[in-house]
Design a protein. Structure first.
Length: 261
């Protein structure tokens, strides 16, 4: 069994005590981190390594940043999303995790937010999603076991947002955003959490403002998308709300799944 989690930590340095506590208690085999907000040389490799993790990090000062933590050996395949060599934002890292006889390809994804939608940020988001679809199609052609996990900044349906009408025009719920997300999933990918949890209004993000956490007014924007070969091995999937309730918490909480050997 291999346990794979995704978590937008909203600054690994600011949340390091919380991150280390969760890594020790939850003991995932692989963790896909987003919004680490630090350069690679400032990533806390030593502290995380003491818990038995190898790391692959793509950093950026103060913004963005992604990482893969693995208790198994890993080989980095991509340090940026293919398709635009001019894109310097640290939003994608992909690696192969050597876990026994059946390696798993994983990617940590921090998809652009896209707001405000009347600025260049929204076309950048949509273009990034189109590149992700193209790359995912290439991965599908390999017929491998892979997991594309991360903060997608997408509420796939109205069931994934506490106030659908109020968020109607937001980039996270915009029809064009959702259409591209459906195109991605329709390549043959499986949303691990939704497959095992048809119940509505389960969230992975709660804003710091207006008591959203206390009122459970959240969004489900953190997803683990599985290739058919990974979906065949899916055993469990869950949103772990406990870290969101800790002092100085990230506004996101971990989402995890397990794959059978």
């Amino acid at each position: 069994m291999i346990k794979i989690a995704t978590w937008n930590v909203n600054s690994i340095k600011a949340r390091l005590p919380n991150a280390l506590a969760w890594l020790e208690s939850a003991a995932p085999d692989v963790v896909l981190l987003q919004e680490t907000k630090c350069l690679e040389e400032n990533f806390p490799d030593m502290e995380i390594g003491d818990l038995g993790y190898n790391t692959a990090v793509v950093g950026q000062k103060s913004y963005n940043g992604v990482a893969i933590l693995s208790k198994h050996p890993l080989t980095v395949e991509h340090r940026a999303l293919p398709g635009d060599e001019s894109d310097e934002q640290a939003r994608y890292v992909e690696a192969i995790v050597e876990c026994g006889e059946r390696p798993v390809r994983v990617a940590s994804i921090y998809l652009p937010n896209g707001n405000p939608t009347d600025t260049e940020k929204f076309p950048y988001k949509l273009g990034w999603m189109e590149r992700l679809v193209d790359h995912a199609q290439g991965l599908m052609d390999l017929e491998e076991c892979f997991v594309l996990g991360g903060d997608y900044n997408v509420c796939p349906t109205d069931a994934d947002v506490y106030d659908p009408e109020g968020w109607r025009d937001d980039a996270l719920c915009h029809p064009e955003t959702r259409r591209r997300f459906r195109t991605l999933v329709n390549l043959g990918l499986t949303d691990a959490f939704r497959t095992l949890h048809p119940e509505l209004h389960r969230y992975s993000f709660w804003d710091y403002q207006a008591g959203r956490w206390q009122k459970d007014e959240g969004l489900r924007i953190d997803h683990l998308l599985l290739s058919p070969q990974a979906a065949d091995r899916l055993a469990e999937a869950e949103i772990d709300k406990a870290p969101r309730g800790r002092p100085k918490a990230s506004d996101h909480t971990p989402v995890w799944c397990t794959l059978e050997d």
